[in-house]
Design a binder for this molecule. Structure first.
Ligand SMILES: Cc1cc2nc3c(=O)[nH]c(=O)nc-3n(C[C@H](O)[C@H](O)[C@H](O)COP(=O)(O)OP(=O)(O)OC[C@H]3O[C@@H](n4cnc5c(N)ncnc54)[C@H](O)[C@@H]3O)c2cc1C
Length: 425
């Protein structure tokens, strides 16, 4: 057994479950709070507060076993989903739900639930977990799963590391060749919000054989510029538009493959330009790059489609923002969407706290979520995920305003029987 290696006073890098046990036990009474991280710590320039330590599972990243008969894969919690998926790919298998960037780890995704644009078919990442091993806050090893210690299983999944450190997981895989499964995009564009929501609702209710689906809505604040001679301001207007994309399986032809190559190169260049364009001057370029996602290529492979956002959005979506994700039961989906939209655009109008308001949505058919709803005596329906990202004017969200927004969202959730998706906080 190796000794937990500490790269600094604050970060521990265990290599196996025994290391995690030792780290947890040794930290008790010594550090005020032990937090967990799946991979690299983000260098956001913020030092950890005193007496706080982080356990990073990035060295616990092995694929332990692939069981071809049962179509399952056993992994250490720090394994990246993209790596697991590649290993499965060699056997004609794949993970049904992966996050939209390549560094997400199995333990990190499990502890937030994990959604994707395939969730209308396969539910959450949590639905794909057969069982898991964890170390509890007292340093004891335990196991739980879909069919044993189910209450504990539900407590650990989605707990964001607060209920214990996940050390290993067994995941379901499906028969799929992601590099040779070709998809064609059917896109519908909208200039008014009501038609967008109506269309999104209809597609979530009846996705037909869509492999992936996603709706995006973007609403910019009116852009005001000062006239040079000081005669007031010119208002350049507001841009509002939305797109619903359903991606269906298709048979590729030679020309479709060629179009895919061009599309891939264009997205990569946009990503590179966006990351190079920093500061205020870079904003229009970054917005254009993010906008490119609205115009996904007509044809692409399933693997390209799963990481489409990674090519562009991780470099383009910068700056402070308020984010929220809500799982709305399908019977109140439109009402939740309107109420969230009115809440954020109302605040923007009254206080000017937000600039661009954008929303993303798709269907989620999850046994895990239905069980969550049942546990809270809520109707057990399928859901639509609605996330809002509201870009902040610098220091424009004072804590009283934030409190108002959070309590209005809580009211919406209670009255509409909706559930918050905490990872989007
Ligand atoms: C660009 C980008 C795209 C994203 N896309 C998606 C998406 O498509 N779908 C989605 O659901 N989310 C998405 N997210 C959110 C992100 O996937 C989740 O936060 C995910 O959990 C991150 O995984 P990670 O391995 O990096 O974990 P971290 O970011 O390190 O941790 C996430 C949470 O899990 C806890 N945690 C990490 N590892 C463990 C463990 N082994 N045991 C217990 N708790 C643990 C941490 O304490 C933390 O609360 C995205 C985030 C970004 C930045």
């Amino acid at each position: 057994m190796s000794t937990p290696h500490s790269v600094s006073a604050e970060e521990f890098l265990p290599r196996d479950t025994a290391d995690v046990v030792r780290t947890v036990r040794d930290s008790r009474g010594r550090v005020a709070r032990l937090t967990v991280s799946g991979g690299e710590l983000l260098d956001d320039g913020l030092a950890l507060p005193d007496h706080r330590a982080v356990v990073s599972l990035r060295r616990m990243n092995s694929v332990l076993d692939i069981n071809l008969g049962k179509r399952t894969v056993r992994v250490q919690a720090g394994a990246k989903l993209s790596d697991i998926d590649r290993r499965l790919g060699a056997h004609g298998l794949g993970l049904p739900i992966v996050g939209d960037h390549r560094d997400i780890t199995a333990g990190g995704f499990a502890s937030v639930g994990g959604v994707s644009s395939a969730s209308h078919r396969f539910g959450l990442f949590a639905d794909q977990i057969l069982d898991l091993e964890y170390v509890d806050p007292d340093g004891r090893i335990g196991t739980c799963g879909r069919n044993h210690h189910t209450e504990r299983f539900h407590r650990i999944l989605g707990a964001g590391g607060r209920a214990g450190i996940i050390t290993a997981l067994t995941l379901d895989a499906i028969d799929i060749d992601k590099d040779h499964t070709w998809l064609t995009t059917d896109a519908n564009r909208f200039l008014d919000f009501d038609s967008f929501v109506e269309h999104a609702h209809a597609e979530i209710l009846r996705p037909a054989n869509a492999a992936l689906q996603v709706g995006r809505w973007v609403d910019t604040a009116p852009l005001k510029v000062s006239r040079p001679v000081g005669t007031g301001q010119v208002q350049l207007g507001t841009v509002r538009f939305g797109q619903w994309s359903s991606l269906y399986p298709t048979t590729p032809t030679r020309s479709l493959r060629a179009r895919r190559e061009v599309g891939t190169r264009t997205r990569k260049s946009l990503g590179a330009i966006a990351s190079a364009a920093s500061g205020r001057a870079g904003m229009p370029v970054r917005n254009a790059a993010a906008g490119a996602l609205m115009f996904a290529p007509k044809v692409l492979t399933l693997r390209d489609a799963e990481y489409l956002a990674d090519t562009v959005i991780s470099s383009s979506e910068r700056g402070p923002a308020y984010r929220v994700g809500i799982f709305a039961p399908l019977s109140s989906y439109s009402s939740v969407f309107y109420r969230l939209h009115d809440l954020f655009s109302g605040h923007r109008e009254r206080t000017g706290c937000f600039t661009v308001i954008s929303a993303m949505t798709y269907g989620v058919r999850s046994a895990y979520l239905r069980a969550e709803a049942e546990g809270r005596n809520l109707p057990t329906e399928d859901h639509g995920l609605i996330t809002f990202t509201c870009r902040l004017r610098p220091s424009a969200l004072p804590s009283e305003l934030l409190r108002d927004i959070v309590s209005a969202i809580d009211d919406i959730c209670v009255s509409e029987h909706a559930l918050r998706y905490d990872s989007a906080d």
